[in-house]
Design a protein around this ligand. Sequence first.
Ligand SMILES: NC(=O)c1ccc[n+]([C@@H]2O[C@H](COP(=O)([O-])OP(=O)(O)OC[C@H]3O[C@@H](n4cnc5c(N)ncnc54)[C@H](O)[C@@H]3O)[C@@H](O)[C@H]2O)c1
Length: 308
Amino acid sequence: MRKKVTVVGAGNVGASCAVRLAGTGLADIVVVDILEGIPQGKGLDILQSCPVEGIDVRVTGGNDYAPTANSDIVVFTAGFPRKPGMSRDDLLWANYDIVKSGVEQAVRHSPNAILIVVTNPLDAMCHVAYHTSGFPKHRVIGMAGILDTARFRTFVAQALDVSAADVVAFVLGGHGDTMVPLVRYSSVGGIPLADLMDAETIQQIVKRTREGGAEIVRYLKSGSAYYAPSAAAVEMVDAILRDRKRVLPCSALLEGEYGIQGLFVGVPVKLGAGGIEKIYDAKLTPEELAALHKSAAAVKELVDVIRV
Ligand SMILES: NC(=O)c1ccc[n+]([C@@H]2O[C@H](COP(=O)([O-])OP(=O)(O)OC[C@H]3O[C@@H](n4cnc5c(N)ncnc54)[C@H](O)[C@@H]3O)[C@@H](O)[C@H]2O)c1
């Protein structure tokens, strides 16, 4: 039987996820949104692209969760995106209610699903999804690190005029201004980045990566990025559905790794059929660890606000 993936939120990120997912042919897709007609219309439109693509999956959209029953994966994208001048953290309370009520309904119908959280502020929303779902920690995963590393890889590839496919990057920490791109672990075709670029250029790329989301918000004015975010979320779905054991940066609940307790923070994990099958506790220098702890402290500040 074909696998089933629910996408909650039929907005920019959710609809793009559904399109990309349909393109993989890996699973039937159910899109849920509170707006009447939007998930139905977008679902039907995506379904009608399947004959052209030569793909046989079922795509439906609706406003209730009954058709999502027994999903293998729920990708949660519902919630407000930021506008120019806003930080991701400004979305905290508005998206808290959406994540809480949406996750409650989704998990009631799919108690064995793996939850991929996309809604911002990402790491805090993972915390809400984890506590609301009651799922074990390996089944609640946040999407951010793949996007942040993709931005870093893009900028490095542009600067060196090489294929981004050969750029390996490593970004740790919360999905926010304190994220930690680890230059020491970055390479191009196995050559350390520091051998290929001067320190100033690397620092400019680190800064642009940190501000990568805001750069796009400034251009779009009325929303935030969705093509690269949806590609990142679908890479996670692919790793899980095909049990690929990919090692990818994702937001995971840490219980002592990196000296961090009880917080969702971006770290390298092994993604396979079981969800997070391993969290890698990489050896960091004291400076890198301090930067990661600073980033985790920013996540904790938000989590403390919602821990009512
Ligand atoms: N983690 C990341 O790296 C990352 C990247 C991009 C966007 N995001 C976040 O993803 C979220 C969605 O962004 P977007 O650009 O798709 O926004 P959008 O406004 O285009 O879409 C959001 C959708 O959620 C729906 N929605 C609102 N409340 C709902 C509810 N209770 N149940 C079901 N659906 C509901 C809205 O009707 C809308 O269709 C935002 O919070 C954004 O900040 C995260």
